[in-house]
Design a protein around this ligand. Sequence first.
Ligand SMILES: Nc1ncnc2c1ncn2[C@@H]1O[C@H](COP(=O)(O)OP(=O)(O)OP(=O)(O)O)[C@@H](O)[C@H]1O
Ligand SMILES: [Mg+2]
Length: 344
Amino acid sequence: MPSVALKLTQEQAQAQKPVLRVEDLHTYFEVRRMGFFKVGDVRALDGVSFELYPGETISIVGESGCGKSTLAKTILGIHQPTKGKIYFEDQDLSALNKEGWKQYRSNIGYIMQDPYGALPPFMSVKQILEEPMKINGIKDKKEHARRIRQVLEEVKLAPIEDFLPKFPHMLSGGQQQRLVIARAMILEPKMLIADEPVSMLDASVRIEILQLLQGLQRRHNLAIIYITHDLSTVRYFSERIFTMYGAKIIEKSSTKALLKEPLHPYTKALFEATSDPDAENLKTFKDVPVGEPPSLMNPPAGCRFHPRCKYMIKGLCDKEIPPEFQVYEDHSTACWLYKDKERA
Ligand SMILES: Nc1ncnc2c1ncn2[C@@H]1O[C@H](COP(=O)(O)OP(=O)(O)OP(=O)(O)O)[C@@H](O)[C@H]1O
Ligand SMILES: [Mg+2]
């Protein structure tokens, strides 16, 4: 596995080929009455595009139900996209056969949102780490032992021999999450999707786990998608931050630019106190604007945020869907307030 001593700068990362490219991705779930009559679709992902580069972390933030996990699961192939394309290192995923999918999946580590459902209760640590290798045709026992030793050392579950025979219930919450990360890394992936990896853990353990992920990224030039509600962690952890609202990405920015000046009224509300260098002063999702998140079955016309937006322009925001305006080189937003502020 390649390893780098230092983290790449954003410019260095983006000078490389993207590891992942998502184009106009849509994922709809059919809603049926009495399991029979189709009454509509939940548009859980509604036109999402971005590129992810080797060695960078993108944080994805947004309220509950805005489509973050659906994005993760669609990239992983757990959900079939309704429309749009996903490219992994220029390979169109829709063109892959069964073997190609297996190969692709081995390149992505996944830390799922539900920590309780993540680990099989009747398998030992050793079995849990061996299983992905067996599924992927790695038969050499010596190679199994080498990889297991390496990942357990990396996630700091030591002494290794003590942990190998243990079952998940014998581990603390933090140790279980370390094991989940070890399993995600066992196939030496190029990319990691971490869906709320620390939300269920105590504050003291959270920092340790995030530092652990950061260390893995540096050593392996991993590309990471970090999904979170926890705004206090994103500034330390990511090169770019995307805000999702109502199944769309409404703002994409370098972390530096976003903390200096959030553009979209929704992101502004989320990150209001960001000029304060103390992360503790960042606001949380409790401070989001009044009103309900939009229905994804019958989303409002125009900008999905307009019913909650104090800057709403009548006749425009409530009628036309805003396109993505590139306001700065490293900062874009889908908001009509910026239609005359695009860079030349
Ligand atoms: N398998 C499914 N079938 C039908 N609807 C679904 C399915 N998975 C998700 N949804 C719906 O899609 C929308 C987006 O859900 P998703 O889980 O992606 O949100 P999220 O941003 O991850 O939320 P949270 O922060 O609570 O984890 C929600 O309305 C949800 O009810
Ligand atoms: Mg989720």
